[in-house]
Ligand binder design. Sequence first.
Ligand SMILES: [Zn+2]
Length: 401
Amino acid sequence: MRVTWSGGELTFRLDPEDEITGKAADEHPVKLATNTCTISGVPADAHPDLYAVAAWTVVAPWTRRKITFDRAVSAEVAAALQDGWGVEAGPVGAEPRGAGGTLAISYSGGADSVAASAIYPDAPFVHFRRVPHARVPNRWPHYRSDVLAKLAKRTGRELTVVESDLEFTLAEPRPGYPEHHAVAAGALLLADRMDLGGLAFGYELGSRWLGGDRYLLRYTPDNPMWAPHGEWGRLFAAVGVHIVLPVGGVSEAVTMRLALNSDLKEHVRWCLRGTDGPCRTCGKCLYKELIQAAVERRPIDTPITADRPVARKWLQPPPFGGQEMIEYGLARVPGIEQSLFAKALDHFDASEESTSWLDHCYPPAIDEIPPRWRDEAAAFLTSNVGLMTEREIRRVETWGS
Ligand SMILES: [Zn+2]
């Protein structure tokens, strides 16, 4: 792989051994659509390691053995690419970038990132906004990134919106981040200007510890994407931008509750399609409605009926993505046996007691937060959520076994 930056435009060329259909860290096959993308509003003089890691968030799935950058990177970044992916990176010759002092939040506007924002009320936001690609047709026009960017502006937080078409480098299954970390490509390029030492993401317990991203449904302390000692964690640390998961120890029920109790609650939006409000008809709206109904202890309120395609997956046997939250909802939503989730009751024996761990914080997730930002998160989570008991901790650590 050879990558070239021209301002905020990234161009990459595959080497003979590289593949058009690659594999992201979550094991999903991703097919290349085009070899250029643009990230706008970023400085022209970022540290070369920041350009390198921003590029890697886009090209990693298609790179096999070697990556050649258009400017020298530090030995630290080259080592992180070698150790993590077995990829030879060069040229090498830059001094490493020292870590800055600021923590920013990669803010999507969904419940998880709003909850992360509640933990760090003074942290600035970086919001990634998808824009069309000049040469790739948009086959998923429902995504209203304009609406989400507008909501982010209304939060009143210090905000940088990064506009990018990088999701269109991916042709299949549909436009999206080649790697989950590509959402941070703009924030990485802004790291010098913002003096970033950390970047907080809204990944919660399921994604970080329960194999949620990979649908493995297995306890995953060594999650390659989000563990500090995983390959991505080490690569971000090598450029002085530590990955921080403020809500990595709590479930989506907790992030929902924190988001709906937060100052930003008017601006929460997990639906990618709605304009004036959530669309209420997409799969995400249905899943989040189950969680919200469970948190609010009320029946499900949805126009979706069991014969609709978005309901189909709940009629099949598990495993489900976010399965722990399905169990949580089954145990807590009044009248669930009359809802379209009724069939799922056949497969689980969930009770309030068996799902109580999903109301508390898994302590090792706090220990993973870099020391500089740990105490603030620990204080917030201890007083607003509460830590898991030994028994609840065992539920996490035996998940899927
Ligand atoms: Zn929706």
